[in-house]
Design a protein around this ligand. Structure first.
Ligand SMILES: [Zn+2]
Length: 177
């Protein structure tokens, strides 16, 4: 599979130079300093103003667009899902098998628990319950069994890397189960 150019395009987070889990305040601070640096008055003071102008203009548009998306919680959530989807498509290239939550075993990991599924190399594919919660899936653990609390969650899938080898498993979450 050849990586699509879009897949490695800079994200809105890259444009604003913030982490993907940055808070609204952090993103706003970063946006403000970016805008100050790109301000036309400031650029005119440089000797190569005309050359820089165009690049700065394009940059300015990118920064504005990134801010527009990331400053609004619902558009940010939609964008995050889109990002995750495009990354999953790339990862899906070497998925060894599809698994379901019921196929996995749970192991305590402090306040959360870790879901494990053995890879053919002997190590495990794993994901913790907090990660799943971030994606909108909450799990119930009773005894040795795990079940998904359906509710408002949408069906989806997540790629789990093996701890040792390059194989991956796709955890398919079927909320209609
Ligand atoms: Zn493995």
């Amino acid at each position: 599979m050849i990586l699509d150019k879009n897949a490695i395009q800079e994200t809105h987070y890259d444009v604003l130079n913030v982490k993907e889990d940055s808070s609204y305040e952090e993103i706003r601070a970063s946006y403000r300093s970016a805008i100050v640096n790109l301000h036309p008055d400031k650029l005119l003071k440089t000797s190569e103003a005309s050359i820089n102008d165009q690049a700065a203009g394009e940059r300015f548009i990118k920064v504005q667009k990134a801010w527009e998306i990331l400053s609004n919680s619902s558009s940010r959530l939609a964008y995050d899902n889109e990002l995750r989807g495009s990354r999953q498509d790339i990862l899906a290239a070497d998925v060894a098998e599809d698994i379901r939550i019921e196929d996995m075993t749970a192991e305590d990991a402090g306040e959360a628990f870790e879901l494990l599924y053995q890879c053919r190399c002997g190590d495990y594919f794993s994901i913790d319950s907090l990660e799943l919660e971030k994606m909108g899936y909450s799990l119930l653990r009773d005894g040795t069994g795990i079940s998904l609390q359906t509710g408002y969650a949408l069906p989806g899938s997540v790629i789990l890397p093996c701890g040792s080898c390059s194989l991956k498993a796709r955890l398919v979450i079927d909320t209609n189960a």
